[in-house]
Ligand binder design. Structure first.
Ligand SMILES: [Zn+2]
Length: 401
């Protein structure tokens, strides 16, 4: 029974070629094919030419058929045009990139794999080198990013993220509207951010930004003011909460150390650290008991704990005037407490008051949404393996696109 080459042509899905012979050799599927057309238009003069100069057979790896490595043996004709007899030229195929030994569908398949796996895994799976897979990934990731509509940016978030345990940081810029990562910058200094943004964002993109959420660091505030001339700064609520918890924890430690010193009992154990930071309603019975015991013995710890619980109210306020009044109220409460760590937190709160209150105009926050958490985890997990920031950026930006 003659083999139905038409079926093979449909199966492999490559445009404009005629299959002339198929063979399975040592577990490798070999497909011999040539172009269906017998003419090309000259790249120089655009005229159609039928004159074949010579041909060669070029091998391309294609998508595996039934888990078998599949090699396309493609006959490539060299044509010659009357406009220039000295320079014959190859016919072109839409499914081949110049100088690549694979078909485009196969490369796109590799790209798809790399989107869900590490480069190393894919390389192992295919028996390719890491570099080869990385190059294919980079090519298609760039296409994906380039063809994606970027901007205008309206609401952004800026944050740092530890690259590794060695205190090396990236700066991440989020697009709040789309949930994308708009930029990944090496370092977290003002200079590195300004340099990257002015180079990679258009003037229109920078001017269209209305608000940027950020931590309470002068570095990012200065960078944002310089990069986005029309943007309001919004102190991120997640960072306020974080800073507050750090202050509470420091205060607790300080108070406990003082008690130990005054009691003359250096080994005195409280064991309340986690219970202290937990929301009151989340306490286990034994935690609550211990906490209550310690707090009734040491009023300073009670004051600190009560102030911690009190400040939770702030995050439920939805109205700017109320929020402003609350900051005053809480600052006054803390002033009475004589807990220096909390007083210093309130100072910070007041220093950033304008930007904290800006939240009520834009309601943006860097806080962990589920999708962002997942992306951050990926950035961190994969970050360890990326020595090359450009490869890493491509990965993050294409993944989050
Ligand atoms: Zn020509």
């Amino acid at each position: 029974m003659p083999l139905d080459f038409n079926f093979i042509e449909n199966l492999i899905g490559l445009q404009d070629i005629k299959v002339i012979f198929v063979n399975v050799n040592n577990g490798i599927v070999e497909i011999h094919a040539e172009s269906k057309t017998h003419s090309v238009s000259c790249p120089k003069c655009n005229k159609t030419t039928y004159k074949v100069h010579d041909y060669r057979i070029q091998l391309y790896e294609h998508l595996p058929i039934c888990d078998k490595t599949t090699i396309l043996h493609l006959k490539i004709r060299r044509y010659i045009c009357e406009c220039d007899f000295n320079h014959p030229f190859d016919e072109a195929f839409s499914f081949i990139r110049k100088y690549q030994p694979h078909t485009i569908p196969f490369e796109e398949f590799i790209f798809k794999l790399t989107c869900k796996n590490t480069i190393k895994n894919v390389a192992e799976l295919l028996g390719f080198s890491d570099n080869k897979v990385q190059r294919i990934f980079n090519h298609y990731a760039k296409i994906k990013i380039d063809t994606k509509e970027m901007g205008p940016f309206i609401f952004l978030g800026i944050d740092d993220i530890a690259k590794s345990k060695g205190h090396v940081y990236y700066t991440v810029i989020y697009n709040h509207e789309t949930g994308d990562v708009a930029a990944l910058i090496d370092g977290r200094t003002k200079e590195s951010v300004v340099k990257y943004i002015t180079k990679n964002f258009t003037k229109e993109q920078r001017e269209s930004v209305l608000a940027v959420s950020l931590d309470m660091s002068k570095t990012y505030a200065a960078a944002v003011l310089e990069c986005f001339p029309n943007a309001a700064l919004v102190t991120d609520r997640f960072h306020i909460s974080q800073a507050f918890h750090v202050a509470v924890d420091k205060a607790r430690k300080h108070i406990q150390n003082k008690i130990r010193k005054e009691d003359g009992d250096k080994k005195k154990v409280f064991g309340i650290r986690w219970a202290f930071l937990k929301n009151h309603e989340d306490l286990k019975a034994e935690e609550e008991k211990l906490l209550e015991q310690v707090c009734s013995e040491y009023p300073m710890l009670r004051t600190c704990y009560e102030l911690k619980e009190e400040f939770r109210t702030f995050f439920h306020i939805t109205n700017i005037d109320e929020a402003s009044v609350y900051i005053d109220y809480f600052t006054a409460l803390v002033a009475e407490s004589e807990i220096p760590e909390l007083q210093s937190f309130c100072k910070t709160l007041n220093n950033w008051r304008e930007y904290i209150l800006n939240y009520y105009y834009f309601f943006i926050s860097n806080g962990p949404t589920e999708g962002r958490n997942h992306k951050l985890k990926n950035i961190k997990r994969r970050g360890y393996g990326y020595r090359n920031i450009d490869n890493f950026r491509l990965r993050i930006c294409s993944e989050c696109a």
